[in-house]
Design a binder for this molecule. Structure first.
Ligand code: SF4
Ligand code: SF4
Length: 336
């Protein structure tokens, strides 16, 4: 398995990592089996989150007696120092470890949120204290907004940045990736097969990402066969062939106007729909097959797909020309 150094953390990690979202839907025994098969295949970077329901707990069970040699990352959406202290303790407990290699501020979505986490009493303060105490080794940030992540990287408070990157969503090549490279910030590529949209060309998508500045990709993994397929990319490490690039291009153009990048440019919707959140939930429902989880998230929103008035105000604001009202209608029928 090819290894790389994750930026200024100096941690050596397998180029193919383990994304901890999908094991939520596995039984505890299957989650342990899949995780151990990943470790046996040489995958040694594992990413999870407080928000992924029982993912930390399942990984903790798998790591009993196998913690050594694993680079473990988790993250939390909590934004204040007091709350973050509790989150770190909860992660340590669930993961059954006395230190976490990388703790990330999960999905910092706006510049205001970034100011909050970095300011006095913000979550970053608690992570820096946890680092001094040896509970956390490095601190990272994750998100979908390139503007926010670019600013986060410039602060020099983060050792890694985690962002969506894949052949459909490669715009970070223009800003976040070069900024992170210039400052030695490690780059973790989430959604490397575009949340399942590129599943038919998954190996090529992983190679594409790893060739373009991402240090480690973290595809979500929920079966031993997926472990084998993904690990092969790190073992047989090479650039995409011309045939693979052509196949990626074909898939990419078929998704071009159906794939939401969560950039948020379409907001605000005058009727209160959180468009990019609704499309994210749909992606989990449809492509990750996390139906129960998605329906619970939908139930927590005041407005959803069926509330779209089809006014079209958002249409000219989407730089990717997504037919948002049509998608809302289609998704409303799916989750009815
Ligand atoms: S078309 Fe739907 S989502 Fe778009 S602005 Fe109108 S109500 Fe909101
Ligand atoms: S619908 Fe378009 S503008 Fe809105 S978040 Fe998705 S990609 Fe961005």
């Amino acid at each position: 398995m090819k290894k790389r150094v994750l930026g200024r953390t100096g941690l050596s990690v397998s180029v193919v990592g383990f994304g901890g979202i999908p094991i939520q839907r596995l039984s505890p025994d299957d989650a342990v089996k899949v995780t151990l098969s990943a470790l046996d295949a040489g995958i040694d970077f594992i990413d999870t989150a407080r928000g992924y329901t029982d993912s930390e707990q399942k990984l903790g069970a798998a790591l009993v007696g196998r913690r050594g040699g694993v680079v473990l990352a988790s993250k939390s959406m909590v934004r204040d120092a007091e709350g973050m202290k509790g989150e770190v303790e909860a992660s340590l407990r669930e993961l059954g470890t006395d230190f976490i290699d990388l703790y990330q501020l999960h999905n910092v979505a706006t510049k205001d949120q970034l100011q909050t986490v970095l300011g006095p009493g913000g979550a970053c303060e608690a992570l820096e204290e946890a680092r001094e105490q040896g509970k956390v080794r490095f601190i990272g940030v994750t998100g979908h907004s390139r503007a926010v992540l670019s600013e986060a990287v410039e602060t020099d408070r983060f050792d890694t940045v985690q962002l969506p990157f894949n052949p459909i969503e490669s715009e970070a090549l223009e800003d976040v990736i070069p900024a992170a490279r210039a400052r030695g910030v490690g780059i973790i590529g989430m959604k490397p097969v575009a949340g399942g949209a590129l599943a038919s060309v998954a190996a090529a998508a992983l190679r594409y990402n790893l060739e373009r500045g991402v240090d480690v990709v973290i595809p979500g993994i929920d079966s031993v066969s997926q472990v084998r397929q993904n690990a092969r990319v790190g073992v047989d490490f090479r650039p995409c062939s011309p045939e693979e690039l052509a196949a990626l291009e074909k898939e990419k153009s078929s998704w071009g106007q159906r794939f939401c990048r969560r950039c948020g440019y379409c907001s605000p919707c005058p009727h209160g729909l959180n468009i990019n959140m609704l499309f994210l939930i749909q992606a989990y429902y449809e492509r990750y097959d996390l139906k129960k989880w998605s329906l619970e998230r939908l139930a927590g929103l005041d407005t959803h797909y069926g509330d779209c008035r089809q006014c079209g105000e958002c249409l000219p604001r989407c730089p990717y020309e997504l037919d948002i009202p049509h998608m809302m209608k289609r998704f409303a029928a799916q989750v009815r």
